[in-house]
Design a protein around this ligand. Sequence first.
Ligand code: AMP
Ligand code: FE
Ligand code: FE
Ligand code: ZN
Length: 292
Amino acid sequence: MRIDLHTHSRASDGTQAPGELVRAAAAAGLDVLGLTDHDTADGWAEAADAAAEAGVALVRGLEVSTRHAGRGVHLLAYLPDPTYPPLVAELAKVLDGRDARVPVMLQKLQRLGIDITLDDVRRAAGAATATGRPHVADALVALGVVRDRDEAFRKYLSAGRPAYSNRYAARLTEMVEIVAAAGGVSVVAHPWGRHERTTLDEATLAELAESGLAGIEVDHQDHDSEDRRDLRAIAHNLGLVATGSSDHHGTGKSGHDLGCNTTDPAEFERLMELAAASAARSGRPAPAVVGP
Ligand code: AMP
Ligand code: FE
Ligand code: FE
Ligand code: ZN
């Protein structure tokens, strides 16, 4: 059983259509795929349609933009009812913040002498519901300003770089509660990404577990072997599920091939048991795993 629980499609900043991503997962030998676009469930239907035929079990999810102690935290939400009003309301605020930030970034780029317009970004974003810095990066690539997304982030778009702009994010603890009330389960994505251990230390993760957090993503490319060892120990201490995943973005992010990290089948089973319990407790029509 090969299980990859964190991937992106063109509904956000991946480069594959949802159906294409599902077929790529099958071709990569995955048995279970989690689709977790940033802040939108808009890829779910197409992915679900493709799953059975491709022979992949699809776990529908999201990667919600949240904030904790002034730092951005990505929260993976699996199998929540996407029509749960408090969830819909928070995602709408995040998506509005994403859209509103694009012109601000463009103005900063223009002031640097780069001739980039909203149309350039719209073209790069295509039908994406969640616009993001990667689409601005893609527009810069198309204009020949940079070679790839990585260079665009390094030069312009990362926090602290000249075209960076902040945006709205949900409150982390509140989002953990909303996901549970929507009948889903939440897992903190790459908690120590970019070698930052202080925002989500063991005490904070323990508090989140009290609020209903189900797991933490341990095996992720942003974690080195020491991070993984320590996070696995924390998951064990706190009774949290430990997941592993690629955070695949198609060709948008190198070194994140489908299945480059995977989730242990026993951990996945625990996560799905917690999801079933959450769905039952919530009384919401939470989605199930679809596919073979
Ligand atoms: P945003 O969602 O607009 O805040 O942009 C953050 C997203 O950009 C992350 O989810 C990553 O997928 C992507 N990203 C961040 N740094 C890089 C990079 N160096 N190269 C490619 N993609 C990146
Ligand atoms: Fe992304
Ligand atoms: Fe993330
Ligand atoms: Zn991601």
